[in-house]
Design a protein around this ligand. Structure first.
Ligand code: SF4
Length: 207
């Protein structure tokens, strides 16, 4: 009751009301302790080329194992989602080597302006696009914000790809899987950029 006798207590009564009502008045106030715990329990996931993890899935039946302390630690932390897009599309191992034709890149392939050819002359574009779609589906199912892919591949390359001449020449560009992942907001790093990915992960976890 607002009587003259109660007036000296009104400031305390209002303070008590605000304290009690805080969760309703400030529902978006961040609970940093809760978020920190959540981040520790849900570390950012990374889609990784299976051949970098030692799986013998390359066209010639080999792996291209990346021995690196960051990668080993991410595996222990349960962050790694492994995939070979070409195997996911049903291509066998071993299989003929393939390159994006005519010095094109993965984006052109996705837009229907480029082709992926193997060294027997077969057009394997559809399989490479299917592999990219499988990689994107897996990344989205696991909420991967990041990908670490081996460079140079017509699927996984993210800095450079072979030029389609099967003469060992590369040019700047990206493979079909890297292009599709980037189109959908996944941050793609080449295997040579693993330290940059480590720095990026730290910023995303702690900021
Ligand atoms: S498609 Fe990617 S993961 Fe599969 S063998 Fe080629 S580079 Fe490795």
């Amino acid at each position: 009751m607002d009587s003259p006798a109660n007036r000296p207590f009104l400031p305390f009564a209002k303070g008590a009301f605000l304290l009690k009502s805080a969760p309703f008045l400030f529902p978006l106030t961040p609970d940093y302790g809760h978020w920190f715990s959540w981040l520790m329990e849900h570390p950012a996931k990374i889609l990784v080329s299976a051949c970098l993890l030692g799986q013998p899935v390359r066209y010639d039946g080999s792996a291209k194992t990346l021995a690196h302390t960051h990668l080993e630690r991410w595996q222990k932390e349960g962050r790694i989602i492994a995939l070979c897009p070409e195997r996911a599309a049903g291509l066998p191992t071993p299989r003929p080597a393939a390159e994006i034709a005519d010095r094109e890149n993965g984006l052109a392939v996705l837009e229907g302006k480029g082709r992926v050819m193997d060294n027997t002359g077969a057009d394997v574009t559809a399989a490479f696009v299917a592999g990219a779609q499988a990689a994107l589906a897996l990344a989205q199912a696991n909420q991967c914000q990041f990908a670490l892919l081996i460079d140079g591949s017509p699927s996984c390359g993210s800095l450079s790809v072979y030029d389609g001449s099967f003469t060992g020449h590369k040019h700047a560009g990206e493979g079909v899987t890297a292009a599709l992942l980037r189109q959908h907001g996944v941050e793609v790093f080449a295997h040579t950029e693993i330290d940059a990915l480590h720095t990026r992960l730290q910023a995303s976890t702690l900021s």
